[in-house]
Design a binder for this molecule. Sequence first.
Ligand code: SF4
Ligand code: SF4
Length: 310
Amino acid sequence: MTPTPSRILDVSGAGRPFGAVRRPRRGFAALRGIQGARRMVQTSALALVAAIAINRALAAASGPAATSPEAVCPFGGLETLATFLTTGAFVPHVHAANVVLAAAVLLLAVLARGAFCGWVCPLGFLQDLMAGAGAAVQRRVPAAHRAMRALRAKARPLAILDRPLRLAKYAVLAWALWGTAALGVMVFRDADPWIALLDIGTASAGFGAAVLAVTVVGALFVDRPWCRYACPLGAANGLLARLSPVRPERSESACVNCNLCTRSCPMGIDVAKAAKVTSPDCIGCLECVEACPRAGALELHVGLPIGAQA
Ligand code: SF4
Ligand code: SF4
């Protein structure tokens, strides 16, 4: 049996027969291929945000900051949408650049299944880095590994909260959009860890800095906690991603039920049980596709979004 013609990305190695075992990339080899490209994009976006934050900190030290941190916030563009559509004006702190950024991010969500979150967002990357650092420490320090295993066993009953808590991000999205439209100010701004990240070197970080700290520390214990439970931009991306024609698809005939795809998914999606991954939580990172050891068992496909399975 050969892979279906709708396959658009084969990271399993050219020429490898369908179903053949492929070796995982390790060390420097892991920096090549699709995940290497993803890490480069994420690093560039984080470097850009770091440069803006340093610039703002230096400017704040010598007087009022010249630029607003919202200038690079796509969610600001979404928040102002109702005001912009009804009055033609922007809410305070928001500019035309934010609307352009928001449109680009939402278009990317449709075209590439929420890929902004998985490939670009510096806050998402920070959480990935924390998870990677935590895993590296556990590999090298047996006591840390044992402590984490014990903690996981104790926290297992809390797993039933995972599904309902994932709905919280839609409530945050509704609150941020409705509140901004009704009150004419960005109601989410003070709690926004994105803004806190850009303002990290200034004295004005406030409550958002606490949210950022909880997010970054929380990522040591749960993969991407902000993206899973609270991010309003991720919620909007996820809703639009349901229209996306691309998704990872699993072939029953090549799959050996090793569960590596499920274990590698930073958003906790049970890939090994899905025929097509259409969850609104999928951030298009392709970690699952790269982790799969069988050629042709799990690949990125393109097709009509209707009739797909979660
Ligand atoms: S299902 Fe795959 S592509 Fe989607 S978030 Fe999980 S690992 Fe990434
Ligand atoms: S990684 Fe997932 S899709 Fe690939 S063989 Fe294992 S269970 Fe099947």
